[in-house]
Design a protein around this ligand. Sequence first.
Ligand SMILES: Nc1ncnc2c1ncn2[C@@H]1O[C@H](COP(=O)(O)OP(=O)(O)OP(=O)(O)O)[C@@H](O)[C@H]1O
Ligand SMILES: O=C(O)c1ccc[n+]([C@@H]2O[C@H](COP(=O)([O-])O)[C@@H](O)[C@H]2O)c1
Length: 202
Amino acid sequence: MPVRAGLPVARAGMTVGLLGGSFDPPHDGHVHITRQALRRFGLDRVWWLVSPGNPLKAEGPAEIGRRMAAARGLMRHPRVAVTDIEARMGTRYTAETVAGLRRLYPGVRFVWLMGSDNLESFHKWEQWEWLLQTVPVGVMARPGDRIAARCSIAAARYVNARLPAWKSRLLPEQSPPGWCFVNVPMVNSSSTEIRARGDWVR
Ligand SMILES: Nc1ncnc2c1ncn2[C@@H]1O[C@H](COP(=O)(O)OP(=O)(O)OP(=O)(O)O)[C@@H](O)[C@H]1O
Ligand SMILES: O=C(O)c1ccc[n+]([C@@H]2O[C@H](COP(=O)([O-])O)[C@@H](O)[C@H]2O)c1
């Protein structure tokens, strides 16, 4: 299948936030940070990248078709697309995905989005410094992880590249490296907790 088939459309000059995740299952925390990201980072679009599987997690997630269907059922917004881009491109590491998207969408300004728990472990990601030096990164507060994230290895190494929260709407225009932490109102949902309750069985 050509990679373009089934991929969202974006024009050169658009700003697109990428929210990668297992979405196993998707929940209102994902919806909440997506809406916050649109507003706080002044994005034209957000794309959910429903991952074939987090390379750092030993256990695989539920089948991707099921996670995609659940995500599409939950995330309804005219400027948000739920995608299986990584499965289509055959990528697993975020750096590979971002490199592929930049080739497929020349002129589109991508911003990598994540909750603060991911900033804490960001330095363990494949080619994380390349990623930070290639796309701006928008980080949103998540219960329990705000302080540790701001003291993380990545945050400390790139302290000079941090954009203050009051300038968050400038993030997409920022020449990398650039990242911004926004203290959004927090929603205390997690996929782990939903699975533990037995409300989603893999
Ligand atoms: N409640 C939340 N508040 C802020 N960010 C969140 C929240 N839930 C998920 N995220 C962020 O959304 C992205 C995708 O998260 P993911 O699909 O792993 O959900 P999760 O609830 O963290 O899942 P799990 O518990 O299985 O690790 C990550 O960047 C994560 O930090
Ligand atoms: O590229 C990596 O090394 C890497 C390591 C850990 C997580 N990620 C990405 O981070 C996103 C969030 O992952 P998860 O499993 O916490 O939802 C998802 O897009 C993963 O592919 C990427």
